[in-house]
Design a protein around this ligand. Structure first.
Ligand SMILES: [Ca+2]
Ligand SMILES: [Ca+2]
Length: 287
């Protein structure tokens, strides 16, 4: 090997090792649950703090005319004056919200009720729970605006190459598996240029996704010195659709029930290899 190629290899090694360990991304995961309550960077991710008494509910979408009203501490919300999204839990354990599947954590969750919405594009329902379109769809809620829930999470205060976003989704009436799957939106800022909305399946209980589903994503911020904002969006029951995830045309679709939102910083291998190796073990023990 001559000096030039040796220098070339040395330069390549420097280039590779100097390459940023953070390559901005947002990708959906599959397999065993990775999100853990230990190290959760989300405030009140299970909606237990400040929750109403069991078997009572409060409206939570800011803008609604319904009372009693309270926004879960740590979160920001929006909705139209007609929005009927509510927070709470019913049952004697296990608990549900809006006849959802059994909540995965605590006694309370959030129901995103918002009546009907028009949609201008045909959804393609993917096995991993994502929903895709031939272009950006336009949702037109009958109430005029969607119901949204968001929180800015200080990922920048827990520097890491990657983070896990984990949350549990079910649907209104999913306990009876008599409504078809619906659609909800997830936006994570500072991970993809333009902060695009991810379209996800709201489990109605009739499809292979079942009555609930834990969605998990791995993400890397575009700017590691800035926080990320997570936002969940429900436009409403779909008013028209040629296919609702394999269910009959005209089947009534469900609306989102959300619980147990988690963001964990994942230490880079080598820096905290022992802690990282402990994560799957811990996740197994929890179940
Ligand atoms: Ca909960
Ligand atoms: Ca509804």
């Amino acid at each position: 090997m001559n000096g030039t190629s040796r220098r070339g290899i040395a330069a390549l090694v420097v280039l590779v090792s100097a390459a940023p360990i953070s390559l901005a991304s947002l990708s959906i995961l599959s397999g065993p649950q990775q999100g853990t309550h230990v190290g959760n960077l989300v405030t009140n991710g299970s909606f237990e703090t400040g929750a109403p008494a069991i078997n009572t509910t409060v409206a939570w979408a800011t803008g609604t005319s319904l009372t009693p009203f309270a926004v879960p501490p740590g979160w920001t919300s929006s909705g139209s004056s007609n929005a009927y999204a509510y927070w709470g839990g019913t049952g004697a354990g296990p608990y549900q919200v809006a006849l959802s599947d059994n909540l995965p954590d605590g006694q309370n969750g959030l129901y995103f009720g918002n009546n009907f919405t028009d949609i201008d594009k045909t959804p393609t329902w993917n096995a991993n729970g994502t929903v895709s379109f031939s272009g950006t769809p336009t949702f037109s809620p009958v109430f005029g605006s969607p119901v949204t829930l968001s929180q800015t999470v200080a990922t920048n205060a827990s520097p890491a190459a990657t983070y896990i976003l984990s949350f549990w989704a079910s649907g209104e009436n999913a306990a009876f598996a008599s409504w078809a799957d619906g659609i909800f939106g997830l936006r994570v800022t500072n991970v993809l240029a333009g902060d695009p909305i991810q379209y996800l399946t709201c489990p109605g209980g009739m499809s292979a996704l079942g009555a609930s589903h834990r969605f998990e994503f791995q993400f890397t911020p575009l700017n590691p010195l800035a926080p990320v904002t997570i936002e969940f969006i429900n436009w409403g029951h779909l008013k028209q659709w040629p296919d609702v995830n394999g269910q009959p045309t005209g089947a009534f679709t469900s609306e989102l029930v959300l619980d147990d939102v988690i963001i964990n910083a994942i230490p880079a291998p080598g820096l905290s290899g022992i802690a990282l190796a402990g994560l799957p073990l811990f996740a197994r023990r929890r179940r």
